[in-house]
Design a protein around this ligand. Structure first.
Ligand code: VG1
Ligand code: CO
Length: 543
């Protein structure tokens, strides 16, 4: 067997976004498209000889083929060993876990996360470094630059190895280890949470429904919730991964996970509901007739963290992305620990976690995680809630309402305008950027603007500067309006409008969030003319 050097030409637009390179499958299927991007990553890494690489993905269409191509390219670049999930399957948190546990050089994750799959859907790829976390912007910028000048890529001419049986084989001078997709990850969960207490909870008749959304979380949920913790069969629904996720958006929010919401809001609802996304790094937590806002979930886990064995010693700090509600900041203040506000995307949490400055992290987009790995982690968050329910014996809604009573409620909502035209979306952001420069101190409706800017972040560890991370308008009472353009969409532009309003008075905690936030939404529209500019009279999705 030999190494082929294949001539290629650069593809435009291989710039990684919020979380790796995401494009339509049709774009990825162009000959050389995936190969070019992987070559650019390997070239940017430099000398790969003797190193270990982890490869796995969320099982979407093209996952298996792409895995084979990457293994052949890894052999050509001199990697000593590749750890591959069985059938090419590894959730994003499992890749992070496996990288760390086996001391790998890094890993490639094949996923477009919550984006739809199938031949007409999306595909994605991203590189995580030896800490298990998404490569920093400095690295992804270098990869993008490299994609612009590629003239060739290197690949083994051997046929891709079979990935269906667990075990180790030699492949063109490299060791290919097909590993159980779940085992390492499940073992780590067992160290963090009180599995015996959760098992006793299930044994006492506690009921749960987990919606795998036909994505990669299913196998993990079957193994952990049903086999290890004894939840009855049927606890996991839509638990078999499908290449097209059954035609749905594998996005755990009340809109896309409508089946779970119907169950949880129906008669005879189970005690607890949960779902995760395409690559199982997101989570949604649902009680009877109550979907927990992700920002609240982060705050609640932080306030109660010491109930879980892995966090018994307390938290070092809490980090949240800028658009995420400030509920977690209130908890941090009460605990006397620092809180951090980072740009959107998990890569910005990496340094804080590595430096031991933060223990818990979260994003409003149904992402929660901790220092156990360097990715957000859906099953982890669900286990944390199960541990909390077992430790307190209280239902989800009581835990949420008691949290609001103690800390106040941060009414929160995100309005997404998906696949709008790029030019008007960018014009709107440009105009807002100008406008916010003079907004501080002015009156908007019943609010006074305390601070308005285009969010910039200086990493406290390596001092890297990230600019242009979203327009934020912060009122003197802490209410906020945030505008961002998505960095994960694959069609046109997606505008995200984030609204937050704090309410201390428990007598006003049962309002409909959309009603509570209506005055802020009206101000946002007035400032941006978002709807008239995009020609949309309502958001595509409200969460
Ligand atoms: C979205 C979310 C962001 C998240 C990112 C990746 O990015 O808003 O919070 O980190 O997706 O999550 P954007 O740029 O579209 O707003 V996942 O589960 O799609 O890897
Ligand atoms: Co995801």
């Amino acid at each position: 067997m030999s190494i082929l050097t294949v001539a290629t030409v650069p593809f435009a637009g291989q710039r990684p976004g919020t979380s790796g390179l995401r494009k339509k499958v049709t774009e990825f299927l162009q000959p050389g498209y995936l190969e070019n991007f992987v070559e650019a990553i390997f070239n940017t890494l430099g000398d790969c000889r003797g190193k270990t690489l982890v490869v796995g993905g969320d099982g979407r269409y093209f996952n298996r083929t792409a895995t084979g191509i990457i293994v052949r390219m890894a052999a050509a670049h001199g990697f000593a060993r590749v750890l591959v999930g069985q059938n090419g399957i590894l959730s994003t948190p499992a890749v992070s876990c496996v990288i760390r546990k086996h001391g790998a050089f890094g890993g490639l994750i094949l996923s477009a996360s919550h984006n739809p799959g199938g031949p007409d859907g999306d595909f994605g790829i991203k590189y995580n470094g030896d800490n298990g976390g998404p490569a920093p912007e400095k690295f992804t910028d270098a990869v993008y630059a490299a994609t612009g000048t590629l003239a060739q890529y290197r690949i083994s001419d051997a046929a891709a190895p079979a990935l269906d049986a667990i075990g180790s084989t030699q492949f063109d001078g490299m060791q290919v280890e097909v590993i159980d997709s779940v085992a390492d990850y499940a073992a780590l969960m067992g160290e963090l949470f009180d599995f015996p207490a959760i098992a006793r909870l299930f044994a006492s008749g506690f009921t749960m429904r987990y919606d795998g959304m036909h994505a990669v979380g299913g196998p993990y949920a079957h193994a952990i919730f049903e086999s290890m913790l004894g939840a009855p069969a049927g606890t996991v629904i839509n638990g078999t991964p499908l290449e097209d996720f059954g035609g749905h958006h594998p996005d755990p929010n009340p809109v896309s996970a409508a089946e779970l919401i119907d169950i949880m809001f129906g008669a005879d609802a189970p005690d607890f509901g949960a779902a995760s996304d395409g690559d199982a790094d997101r989570n949604m937590i649902v009680g009877r007739a109550l979907a927990v806002t992700p920002s609240d979930s982060l705050a609640i886990l932080a306030a109660n963290a010491t109930i879980a064995p892995g966090y018994r010693d307390g938290l070092r700090g809490i980090a949240r992305s800028m658009p995420t509600s400030t509920a977690a900041d209130r908890v941090a203040r009460a605990l006397g620990i620092p809180s951090y506000e980072t740009p959107t995307g998990w890569k910005y949490f990496g340094n804080l976690l590595d430096a031991g400055m933060a223990t818990l992290c979260g994003e409003e987009s149904y992402g929660t995680g901790s220092n156990h790995i360097r990715e957000k982690d859906g099953i982890w968050a669900i286990l944390f809630w199960l541990n909390l329910l077992a430790a307190t014996n209280k239902p989800v809604d009581t835990i949420v309402r008691e949290h609001w009573a103690r800390f106040g409620r941060n009414y929160y909502s995100r309005h997404d305008y998906e696949a709008v035209e790029v030019a008007p979306a960018e014009a709107m952001m440009a105009q807002l950027r100008e406008r916010v420069a003079t907004l501080a101190g002015t009156q908007l409706g019943s609010f006074t603007v305390a601070l308005a800017d285009d969010f910039a972040y200086t990493d406290p560890v390596d001092h890297a500067l990230a600019t242009g991370q979203g327009i934020r308008i912060v009122m003197t009472d802490g209410s906020r309006i945030v505008f961002r353009l998505s960095g994960t969409g694959t069609e046109g532009a997606t505008v995200r409008l984030y609204l937050e309003q704090y309410e201390a008075d428990p007598a006003r905690h049962e309002r409909d969030p959309q009603q509570a936030l209506a005055p802020l939404a009206a101000i946002a529209e007035q400032l941006s003319q978002l709807q008239s500019r995009t020609g949309r009279s309502t958001p595509t999705v409200i969460t």
